[in-house]
Design a protein around this ligand. Structure first.
Ligand code: GAL
Length: 863
């Protein structure tokens, strides 16, 4: 669910007044699928032995042979392309799958997602492939894909329309299944939008079984992927109906999304098996938003959970790293192991998880998964796994290929958000195999200056037999010092013994806040012949600096850490869903704010103040986007003291103002807690907003301007302020009170279908020197709109433009922001901000409300 690029760039020099170029018409992205409310986690009751046995025989029998005996592997275009699907893309992807070797590694389904058909069925009632996107039809593409030895997947919907508004199959199951079979389709992903459902599980079973029956009647083996986002807990009923079922809402390429889906899917292990798999959604490896460590965790945990492996990135332009992650044969072998068991959670506490997946040859894949934000040593006694008892075990790290041995405890120091996967088997002759030696560490946040911070390290020998001549060294960025304050060498370290060392880390004054690596390397001798060995870990240290002097919007101050119940904490918008930047303008009891932090309780956002700040003033409340009426409590902590609290705040209530005295505090923590059952503070859907928080530091006075300063250019208080449209396609404008973020009015714009530029030519040049960003607020009922801003500058009215694509969910609002440095002018023209002759915004999407077109100054400069 995402937009795909901004409107086309137009740059035309204009002489005189406004006869402007054709509007930039951006491809309108599909409407977002209605996100499922986060399912209440069921008590997982493993299916009975009887039902498992019947599943094994019934599940996925197409023409008598089991379909998806191992989890399906392939490609789906949705995560990387959304609605922008075409025959060319599918064929080229098939080509790359084969030429890259990924097809040989098992990726054989090439799956088309939503938006492949015309908006209307044909005269015979059949679905019609869009002839522009698929000139050869789906049948032609199927032939091509089959010719490469691959299989073709398609997408349909168990409702009246697909999520993007194309025809759904509810009531047309027979005809559609027959059509797909006639075309040579091998895989169906069957979605759940516009489902007309009464919400009961019976209804889900009815709708999804109707298609299963229709597919069966075609006689063609078609893998059936149920996609109802986990709403009716399909793991409880869909074995024997589909070969896989989504367990959750849509994945997004960000860490909170990955973490949440893993946490949700891991306990569902008992429900998966050959021909019936839990589906935690298509993969995001290769898409911007995940670190390399997180991408390897994605692949590792999907394999451990026996998940379908559907590549979700553009393979034609994928990097070598992306290809290597998708193509790791050892991890694929774990996913595809013919025993077909989803890894079980052995332990899961404080964000550290151990998962155990038995494999057909008797090995076990053991994953050590670190969902926390710092390096952690994760260990599990082999006896706690399904491995048989032995005097030693051999561990093969499937990412490094390195083999080590342990006597009894499987362990690794795992980076933040990382996963170590070992393929483990009993080992009778450990003598020739290097011992597993872990290097763990703990380090507080670093503050530049003379005080320094303490680093503690622990080296542990898990191997059979002692290691000797152990020496631990630390490597820090240039200019830093890391000094051991206790022993960092040992003559001998026995099996399961540890060496603890403390160090002082000094960071030079002036170091910029951010993340910096510190490397730790243990070197030692092992085995009877004293062979040289080494083990290394890297800690990512966080350097923090206090905010500068003055009053500033807290949403522009970088947080040190944040946790949130739903997706990432959002800045200057509400929480929205699981995705990044998918909220609306913060709105509490009808009051709209353009600044603030959008969370879903429970959440915590931490800032470093360094004792330099005095006050935080903020409104708080439940966002109007909340769909339940669960109250949340807002608390401001200065160091360990709660200095202001709201008490429970309910949905619909007017905003409350909190004022917190922060004098002398090193740390500021903003905490929201829910009121979930049992009072544990866990609940979701209460969309708790910190609205317009302002932080005062360094002796700032209460009347100082809040940074970054903004200067309103048009706020429509006196009418339309003589705005006009630029192109003949027209549109209309009226002053409105329906949406406004500055004063009591905004502008309602009815745009033509292809959009238009709206704005004003200025009789006198406007001086916007010092402007860092141009902004305006927009609200639209439509499912997508562009937000672009253009200015005309200089005596020849040169037309410079840029801007960011602004995806809006239906009925959502946001601030469109354009950094001045991203504005592009025609060749030979420089953007002279002292000579602005006109200001324009591009709008499409029908009925649009905007307000407060403004210029934001760089921090520290006056508006
Ligand atoms: C969602 C589905 C996505 C994608 C999208 C297409 O419901 O979960 O994976 O298929 O619809 O509109």
């Amino acid at each position: 669910m995402r937009g795909s690029g901004r409107g086309a760039f137009i740059a035309v020099a204009l002489a005189g007044a406004i006869s402007l170029p054709g509007a930039a018409v951006a491809a309108v992205p599909p409407p977002a699928a209605v996100p499922p409310p986060t399912a209440v986690r069921p008590a997982v009751v493993p299916p009975s032995a009887a039902s498992r046995a019947s599943a094994a025989t019934e599940a996925g029998t197409g023409g008598g042979r089991m379909l998806a005996r191992t989890p399906p592997m392939g490609f789906n275009n949705w995560n990387a392309f959304g609605c922008d699907v075409s025959e060319t893309l599918i064929k080229e992807t098939a080509d790359v799958l084969v030429s890259s070797g990924l097809a040989a590694a098992g990726y054989k389904y090439v799956n088309i997602d939503d938006c492949w058909s015309l908006r209307d069925r044909g005269p015979d009632g059949r679905l019609v492939p869009d002839p522009v996107k698929f000139p050869s039809g789906i049948a032609g593409v199927a032939d091509y894909v089959h010719g490469k030895g691959l299989k073709l997947g398609i997408y349909g919907d168990a409702g009246t329309k697909t999520c993007a508004g194309y025809p759904g199959s509810l009531g047309s199951e027979e005809l559609d299944a027959r059509t797909w079979a006639d075309w040579g389709v091998d895989y169906l992903k069957y979605d759940n939008c516009y489902n007309q459902s009464d919400g009961t599980r019976e209804d889900f079973i009815r709708r999804y079984t109707a298609m299963k029956a229709a597919l069966d009647r075609t006689g063609r083996p078609i893998v059936y992927a149920i996609c109802e986002w986990g709403q009716s807990q399909p793991w409880l009923w869909a074995t024997g109906v589909g070969q896989l079922w989504r367990v959750s809402g849509d994945i997004s390429p960000n860490w909170p999304s990955l973490r949440t889906i893993i946490a949700h899917n891991a306990p569902l292990a008992p429900y998966a098996g050959p021909g019936h798999w839990n589906d935690p959604d298509m993969m995001e490896i290769g898409n911007p938003g995940l670190t390399e460590t997180e991408q390897r965790t994605h692949m590792s945990m999907w394999a451990m959970m026996a998940a379908p492996l559907l590549i979700g990135t553009d393979l034609r332009t994928a990097s070598a790293t992306t290809m290597a992650i998708y193509g790791n044969r050892e991890i694929i072998a774990i996913d595809q192991d013919r025993l077909g068991v989803q890894g079980a959670v052995v332990s899961d506490s404080d964000g550290l998880m151990v998962m155990d997946k038995p494999l057909a040859n008797g090995d076990h894949a053991i994953a050590l998964y670190n969902a926390t934000d710092s390096l952690a040593t994760i260990s599990v006694p082999a006896v706690d796994t399904g491995l048989r008892r032995a005097g030693a075990y051999r561990l093969r790290d499937v990412w490094t290929g390195r083999a080590t041995q342990v006597r009894s405890t499987i362990s690794a120091a795992v980076p933040a958000h990382g996963t170590v996967v070992y393929r483990v088997r009993p080992l009778s002759h450990p003598a020739g195999v290097a011992p597993a030696v872990t290097v763990g560490a703990n380090l507080a946040t670093l503050i530049p200056g003379p005080t320094g911070a303490t680093l503690t390290t622990t080296v542990t020998n898990r191997g059979v037999g002692a290691i000797s001549r152990l020496r631990l060294t630390a490597r820090a960025p240039e200019g830093w010092t890391v000094t051991a304050t206790s022993a960092s060498t040992r003559r001998r370290l026995d099996t399961d013994a540890s060496m603890d060392t403390t160090w002082t880390v000094l960071v030079p004054e002036g170091t910029v806040a951010g993340s910096y690596p510190i490397g730790l390397t243990a070197s030692y001798a092992w085995g009877p012949r004293r062979r040289a060995g080494s083990s290394a870990s890297e800690i990512v240290s966080t350097v923090v600096t206090a905010p500068g002097d003055g009053r500033r919007h807290l949403s522009t101050v970088p947080a040190v850490t944040s946790t949130n119940a739903r997706g990432p904490v959002e800045f200057d918008q509400s929480n929205g869903g699981e995705g990044d930047r998918d909220g609306s303008l913060i709105t509490i009891g009808g009051t709209v704010y353009t600044r603030g932090l959008g969370t879903t309780a429970p959440s915590e956002i931490v800032y470093y103040l360094g004792g330099r700040c005095s006050r935080l003033v903020t409104d708080v409340g439940i966002d109007d986007e909340a769909t339940t009426t669960i109250p949340a409590t807002f608390t401001i902590h200065a160091d360990d003291t709660a200095v202001a609290t709201s008490g429970p705040v309910s949905a619909g209530a007017a905003p409350t103002t909190l004022t917190a005295d922060l004098t002398g505090a090193s740390w500021l923590r903003l905490v929201t807690t829910g009121s979930g059952a049992g009072g544990d503070g866990t609940t979701t859907n209460d969309h708790a907003d910190w609205a317009a928080p302002v932080l005062s530091c360094g002796g700032a006075g209460p009347d100082d301007a809040v940074q970054p300063a903004e200067r309103a250019l048009f706020s429509f208080e006196s009418g339309t302020e003589d705005w006009v449209f630029a192109n003949p396609e027209g549109g209309s404008m009226t002053q409105s009170t329906a949406f406004h973020t500055e004063g009591g009015h905004g502008l309602r714009v009815l745009t033509p279908a292809s959009g238009n530029w709206f704005g004003k030519a200025l009789a006198e040049p406007l001086d916007l020197t010092g402007t860092a960003r141009l902004k305006f607020d927009v609200k639209t009922a439509a499912t997508g709109t562009t937000g672009e801003i253009a200015v005309q500058v200089g005596a020849d009215w040169s037309w410079c433009q840029g801007g960011r694509w602004a995806w809006t969910n239906p009925n959502s609002s946001r601030t469109v922001v354009e950094d001045v440095e991203d504005i592009e002018c025609p060749a030979g023209i420089t953007l002279d901000l002292s000579q602005v002759r006109a200001v324009w915004v591009f709008l499409n999407g029908g009925d649009v409300h905007i307000d407060n077109v403004r210029a934001e100054s760089a921090v520290g400069t006056a508006p």
